[in-house]
Design a protein. Sequence first.
Length: 358
Amino acid sequence: MWYQTKATELLGIDYPIMQGPFGGNLSSPQLVAAVCNSGGMGGYGAYTLSPQEIIETNRQIRMLTDKPYNLNLWVSDTDVPKGEISDEQYEQARMLFQPYFDEAGIPVPAKPAPFQSRFEDQVQVILDIKPQVFSFVFGIPSAAILEQCRKAGIITAGAATTLDEALALENAGVDLIIASGFEAGGHRPSFLAPAEQSTTGTFVLLQLIREKVRTPVVAAGGIANGRGIAAALTLGADAVQIGTAFLACEESGATETHRRMLFSDKAKQTILSKAFTGRLGRGIAPRLALELAGKENLFLPFPLQSTFMSSLRKAAFEKQQWDLIFFWSGQIAPLLHHTKATELMQSLVEETTARIQR
Ligand SMILES: Cc1cc2nc3c(=O)[nH]c(=O)nc-3n(C[C@H](O)[C@H](O)[C@H](O)COP(=O)(O)O)c2cc1C
């Protein structure tokens, strides 16, 4: 059967369908459980959570499902050398963004407080709570961490945006490689070349990786229905990872406005922008991102740009100034139909079966 693959065997799931984890509180235990209980692999993006919050989230997931699930972290979670930016950097960003804060009727925030990486503490919790799967983006954990995962029986999955990244993940002994295409919603999780130079589409990337690596490959980006799953499997994927279509479901952590946007005409135009977090990510193109394209050298580094923009996001949301807000979305959004994760899962399985039987 089409749904029995190396990935389903490794992960202990019924269908080779992974729900893409979402960072920034857009994941939810309810979404993870709905996908797991429907035979897929639910995932929770935990990179903004404290160790204690990860423990609590894990507890909630375990109350809702006894199936395997995936917890996800960012290996590199800061681009701020020494944790701080200079006054001059802050001043440049302040001047550039001032008109947008004026438009939202709020003052430009003060220079963001320094940021220190949280990955080391977060990964210790992952090793303690032992989810069946630990997936990660923006790098490869150290050999010692990967060895501890192996000993604890935790399956590891790392994202690659280029063939070189996939080869590096394979050489490190990672169990699954997520081929993350340029179409995908969310950040572009490159870690060898800059994200702007790592913009291969899912189906080319998948084939390049399939040709050169033996590790099972998961196709991620631009897949939202049975036709996409059948195509990915035909091109050599062992599973798919679907983000935007699950983000649009009511179980996700996205606001109702965000979910409505994904089904609106606005979702026809997405853009890769650094304006909202400091790292390149795809969302529905707001005026702010279009106007500031080409001025990236004046933005703050990740994650301080995100801290800097948080009050603008809140004020613009309250005043419904959607042109100032980045609604994360992949290019596939105009094809979305489902608003419930269980129904989406069922339809993905039925559509793929029908496609493959043809
Ligand atoms: C809002 C949003 C946040 C995301 N955050 C993460 C994350 O923290 N970690 C991760 O591995 N992938 C993250 N992703 C990528 C998804 O897990 C998935 O690979 C991707 O959405 C698949 O492409 P699609 O959106 O075209 O379906 C995110 C995607 C979105 C849309």
